[in-house]
Design a protein around this ligand. Structure first.
Ligand SMILES: Cc1cc2nc3c(=O)[nH]c(=O)nc-3n(C[C@H](O)[C@H](O)[C@H](O)COP(=O)(O)O)c2cc1C
Length: 290
């Protein structure tokens, strides 16, 4: 392990440690309007939702090297509003193009070729090409300094959400692959939601799952069972009793315990969790007797 202390690390290196390790981050593509009525658009990946009731989004804006505020922060402080647009992979490069530090009188919608669209509840325009737009009012800003790189946390109340019909599945639920949000990784890396890399972990339905600490060592120490596989057994409410697995006892005449554990691992992968637990408990109850 590398041990890193902020006190003896250059801020620019610390920035990269945080950007590179806290990943993937969603990107808030923020549109605002300045005093002269010019649209402003810029991405911010220090961003998340922090409350559903009331709905609150936060993002943070770093100071420029000379300590001055970026246009996004100035505009939000002036007007008290912004649109948080989500970035789909189809507008990823345009998002990066908009992140260049243009003068405050430059409209980044025009620079990046994106289309401003009127909002329902606020004056700031949204990005038409975004599949999700949060129309927000400023709650408050918390400043962590006024020197170069210091950040200001912008806390926003969501007034209205616009979501494209195309991102919903047949059951009316949001489909992460259709939503196509990109994630920011460190440096120039980004993540795309493809069918192959999105996976599901069903909710644990048992009220009082066993947990790892209630499993026998023959399961938790098995070299064929990863933490992910053991978690499925640990999610059960109880382990099969000796009499329930008696019928499998003869397996141990044909196969050694390692093979039985490998078959159990395959059963877990097939979502046959209780069956797998039975096999593992055959080993636990009867292997020592052999
Ligand atoms: C994907 C991405 C994420 C970014 N995240 C942040 C961030 O979280 N905070 C920040 O201060 N700047 C961030 N930036 C840089 C700003 O977008 C950039 O400084 C921009 O010019 C600010 O524009 P403005 O002056 O119009 O507000 C990010 C840039 C990119 C490309």
């Amino acid at each position: 392990m590398r041990t890193i202390f902020p006190t003896n690390t250059f801020p620019k290196d610390m920035h990269q440690y945080l950007l590179g390790t806290i990943t993937p981050r969603p990107i808030a593509f923020i549109s605002t309007i300045n005093n002269e009525g010019t649209n402003n658009l810029a991405p911010f990946s220090y961003f998340n939702a922090i409350s559903s009731n009331p709905p609150i989004l936060v993002f943070s804006v770093n100071r420029k090297p000379d300590g001055s505020k970026k246009d996004t922060l100035l505009n939000i402080e002036n007007t008290g509003e912004c649109v948080v647009n989500m970035v789909n992979s189809g507008i990823a490069n345009q998002m990066v193009l908009s992140s260049v530090s243009y003068d405050s009188n430059v409209d980044e919608f025009a620079k990046s070729g994106l289309t401003p669209v009127k909002s329902e509840t606020i004056n700031a325009f949204g990005v038409k090409e975004a599949y999700v737009r949060f129309e927000c009012e400023l709650d408050r800003v918390i400043h962590f300094g006024d020197f170069g790189g210091a950040s200001s946390l912008v806390i926003c109340n969501v007034k209205c959400i616009q979501i494209a019909d195309k991102v919903f599945d047949d059951n009316g639920k949001i489909d992460p692959v259709k939503l196509d949000n990109i994630g920011r990784l460190g440096r120039a890396y980004y993540l795309k939601m493809t069918k192959g890399n999105v996976f599901t972990i069903p909710h644990i339905k048992t009220k009082t799952p066993l947990g790892f600490d209630s499993l026998p060592k023959s399961i938790t120490n098995s070299k064929f069972l990863t933490g992910n596989l053991i978690s499925k057994i640990a999610g059960l409410e109880k382990l099969p009793l000796k009499e329930e697995v008696e019928e499998y006892k003869s397996l141990l005449d044909k196969f050694d315990t390692e093979i039985v554990q490998q078959i159990a691992a395959a059963e877990i992968n097939n979502n046959q969790i209780y069956e797998a637990a039975k096999l593992l408990m055959v080993v636990e109850y009867f292997a020592k007797e052999k």
